[in-house]
Ligand binder design. Sequence first.
Ligand code: MN
Length: 163
Amino acid sequence: MTLHHMKHHNTYVTNLNAALASYPDLRAMNITAIVANLGMVPDAIRTMVRNNGGGHLNHSIFWATMGPGGGGAPTGTFVAAGAGVFGSGWVWLVLNGAKGLQIVTMPNQDSPYMMGLTPIVGNDVWEHAYYLKHRNVRANYLNSWWNMVNWESVALRYTTAIK
Ligand code: MN
C-alpha cells in the first residue's frame, strides 16, 4: 500500500499537474468537476486528464475508505465483478440516482463520475495494487481487502451522495 500510494498515485498527480500547467482555469477547479465534465477539457490534454485525473480521483476515494481497524465481510457480487475485470481497472459500488446502488466496473483509470454515477466505495484491481503481496491471485486480494475498509467513511460517502 505504501508503494502504491507513494509511487503509483504520485505519478498520476505529477502527470495531471503537468497536463494542466498551461490551463489556469482548469487548475482552479475541483478534480471531481473536471473528471465529470471531460468534454470541456481541451482535446490536446483530454486523454492525459482522463487517465491521470481519473487516477488521482479514484485513488483519493480508495485511500479515504480504508484504514486500521476496518473490516467486515461483504462478499459475492462485488468480488465477482472485480475478479472479472479484464486487464486494469476498478470495481465500484456506486449510487445511480433514483436507480439506487449498483456495482459497476470501469476500465483503466476511468471514474464513475464520467458516467454520471457517484462512487461510494471502490477497489483498485490494477496488478500494481496486489501483485507484490498476492502475486497473480486477484481474488485473494479482493477478499482480504474488506479487512481494511473503513465503513464509517463509506457510510458518510453514501449519506452525502443521497442528499
Ligand atoms: Mn492504483
